[in-house]
Unconditional design. Structure first.
Length: 123
């Protein structure tokens, strides 16, 4: 997967998150705009990597990140259709991502300072 496709997938995810911010605001969220950051951090936390390194990932690493972003978008849409509360949506998305990453092979990721990171997903 190249960086351009990864950006397109991220844009699709943020389009869904924009809908989620409206949805959350209607459910009483006081800071729905923070949902972009919350879901971005969820991807990085789930993979146990630092944010801001996207330009340094291999195509297979970008593919894993993109898969998580697609899963987020699809799950959020499905759960909004079911009128699930936005806080519960987050918990269900988090659980789904954790289940998925438990199935993939551990990959190595390097930060910009060449510190070695691994996804630390498989046990």
């Amino acid at each position: 997967m190249d960086r351009l496709i990864s950006k397109e997938i991220r844009n699709d995810e943020t389009d869904v998150l924009k809908l989620l911010t409206i949805y959350a605001k209607n459910q009483g969220s006081k800071s729905p705009e923070k949902l972009y950051m919350v879901y971005t951090k969820l991807v990085y936390k789930t993979l146990d990597i630092e944010s801001g390194l996207r330009g340094h990932f291999t195509s297979s690493q970008l593919s894993i990140i993109a898969t998580l972003e697609i899963m987020i978008a699809q799950t959020v849409i499905e759960l909004m259709k079911e009128n699930i509360h936005y806080k519960i949506i987050y918990q269900l998305v988090k659980k789904k991502l954790q289940q998925f990453v438990g199935l993939i092979t551990v990959k190595e990721i390097y930060s910009t300072n060449k510190k070695l990171y691994s996804f630390n997903l498989a046990s």
